[in-house]
Design a protein around this ligand. Structure first.
Ligand SMILES: [Zn+2]
Ligand SMILES: [Zn+2]
Length: 230
């Protein structure tokens, strides 16, 4: 699915063809901005005030996952992630996974995860797109972090609307009942959900709730990017 043998690799930011062996072109290397400074202890969003533990959203809405980590500020990689999902650029997964490995692997190790679980797409959407971007990302991460991937733990049973087109409340309603756990009695201690973007966290929260109602306990997440607003 990476197509690297048939097609030259493209820069995840400007989409120009890049030299073999590189994952981003020299011109764009400084464009993706990492989340830095004080972070929300729950979702890892940048905090404007260093005196609080949680961002306003995590303070207001209790999340089902224990905590998670994201690499980039969403606005700095928005177009890149959009192409990754909608313009057939599955190869960008390698660039994102490289960054996550380089900058976040120490934190990820503390999650002691048994497994990486990508957020599934609805089968209709999967058919249309030809791939699930979160699954590609999870597989690239698995190679680098040595944690196996389970693509069967969660299923998407409801066709949800695209979250970015909805308001905060609509997003919460949109994701309720979106997932299903087909097997019973699955034994994992610590699970990391993998997705491309954390915006309101509604999708990751709902996926975590589904896993928890299926008897699982410790759910974490890793995403490529996170929005900075609350
Ligand atoms: Zn570039
Ligand atoms: Zn937060």
């Amino acid at each position: 699915m990476t197509g690297s043998l048939l097609f030259p690799r493209r820069c995840p930011i400007c989409d120009e063809i890049i030299e073999s062996g590189k994952l981003i072109c020299d011109k764009c290397i400084r464009i993706p901005r990492r989340v830095t400074g004080e972070r929300c202890f729950k979702c890892s969003k940048h905090l404007d005030s260093p005196c609080v533990e949680y961002c306003p959203d995590c303070e207001k809405h209790k999340k089902a996952f224990l905590r998670g980590i994201a690499l980039y500020e969403y606005d700095s990689v928005k177009d890149s992630i959009n192409s990754f999902k909608n313009n057939a650029r599955p190869e960008y997964a390698a660039f994102y996974a490289d960054g996550i490995e380089r900058y976040l692997s120490d934190i990820i190790k503390t999650f002691n995860a048994d497994v990486l679980v990508p957020i599934p797409l609805h089968p209709t959407k999967f058919k249309k797109r030809g791939y699930n971007q979160s699954e590609l990302l999870a597989k690239e991460l698995s190679k680098r972090l040595g944690i196996p991937v389970d693509t069967h733990l969660l299923e998407r049973t409801k066709k949800t609307k695209e979250q970015k087109k909805l308001s905060g409340n609509e997003r919460l309603k949109n994701t309720v009942g979106a997932f299903h756990m087909p097997q019973n009695g699955v034994k994992y201690n610590n699970i990391i959900l993998v997705d491309d973007v954390y915006t309101t966290g509604a999708t990751l929260d709902e996926a975590s709730r589904t896993l928890i109602s299926g008897g699982l306990k410790n759910i974490y997440f890793v995403t490529v990017a996170i929005g900075s607003g609350s």
